[in-house]
Design a protein around this ligand. Sequence first.
Ligand SMILES: Cc1ncc(COP(=O)(O)O)c(C=O)c1O
Length: 502
Amino acid sequence: MDLRIDRESPVSLYLQISGGIKQLILAGRLPDGFLLPPERRLADSLGVNRTTVVNAYQQLKADGFVDAHVGQGTMVLPRRPKEPEGKPAQPLAWRQLAREGAAREPDPLVRDLLALTERRDVISMAVGLPAPEMLPLDAMGRIHARLLAERGAEVFLHSPTEGVTAFRDAICRHMVSRGIQCTVPEVLVTSGSQQALDLVARAYLAPGDVVVVEEPSYFGALETFRVAQARLMGVPADGDGMRTDLLENLLARQRPKLIYTLPTFQNPSGSVLSLERRRRLLELAYRYQVPVVEDDPYSDLRYEGQTVPSLKALDPSGYVVYLSSFSKILFPGLRLGWIAAPRPVIRQLALTKQSVDLHSNTLGQWMVERFITEGLFSRHLEASRTEYARRRDAMIEALEGEAAEGFTWNRPQGGFYVWCTYPETVSPSALMQEAAQEHVAFLPGGASFVGDPGQNHIRLNFTYCEPARIREGIARLMRAYRAVAAKPRSAERLQGGTPPIV
Ligand SMILES: Cc1ncc(COP(=O)(O)O)c(C=O)c1O
């Protein structure tokens, strides 16, 4: 046993001996079951008192490294964590340990309702998903096999934080079809758009910073900004998107850090910001020097009407940080989205991403790169548009056929959602409960607002279910609505205002 002691050291001899033996055990040089030399022999060989070695062995025993039995000597124990003695007096209060502002639990009613959407017997119009049967499984299977044959292990290895270069290049080419010119260094691949929102928040928002959003807005983004402890300021929106006539006052007074907007086929309302308002929004952003985050996962899905250029396409001055995603058209589980922005922004966000997940899924990036480059993406997009237009029409026709008094809806020209409005006299939570009884699910509108929505809303997705299921879903929803509308809401709850659903 190679053990040395230093008589000049201020550390006592027994601790030097026990420390040296611990190091030998941890380095694997004294295996499990190894018998340490008898105390007297080790004392003689080191030239120390026997008591010093006895103390060293006792220390090793107390630290769980060895065990000793009379007549058997002192033996190295297998290394396993020492069991704590007894149980803690109280369980750890994990909820209280979470940092202030960390993500909140959703309202139990909403959580249960969303859980319902997993069940086959429930018709879910609550989700924001593409139609599973439209997804190009065969083509992806072939691409996958070819990639493994051609590139081997490379597709499973690390890739640059900014993204696989060929994939970033394919994204740039795809964005040309959206009227956006950008180069590879201006693109950062993200693990879905949700990560893009998180990176923007981490890199640019400090607690208390003001973020301007249109109302309603994407619930997931509002949550991300809340977790960053930003102060959300809502600007009302109508059928033409954010009311830019109300924006200037807010910019002048609040000096926000960011404007977050979904100009095209908005989630949840399906609205499109008019060209005139897009220009006005940019003018105001320039005047008040506020960056604009444009969230655009849906603009490829236009079913009718004239294309309106994105804010990014209208912005030569580098104020717009553009976010998009493959989740709504291809596989959401691939978790692939991207940010297109000026180079300093991409550099900053790539540094931020490095501390979050190093890089996005390498294999997924290669697969989607092939899918785009082989021309399959544009064909798949065309097929999706045709099918989703059919599903939207099925939903609108079903609503027209089943229309209940006071229940209204819009007719979006693209995207995923129909936005419905109903009177304040009908309780949103009662409607949700009744809908659950009818085995139909939708997204309640309350969570999409920063403040009081003033009216009741629900968001209905029309891409996920086939037309026959959509028709049945609307029939069930309207049965639930009629049942709830027939029982007026209690006066007490109305006076208290609509309780926030989430
Ligand atoms: C407007 C908007 N932004 C971002 C996301 C997040 O999408 P993902 O992270 O799947 O790309 C969604 C998903 O519903 C969305 O609707």
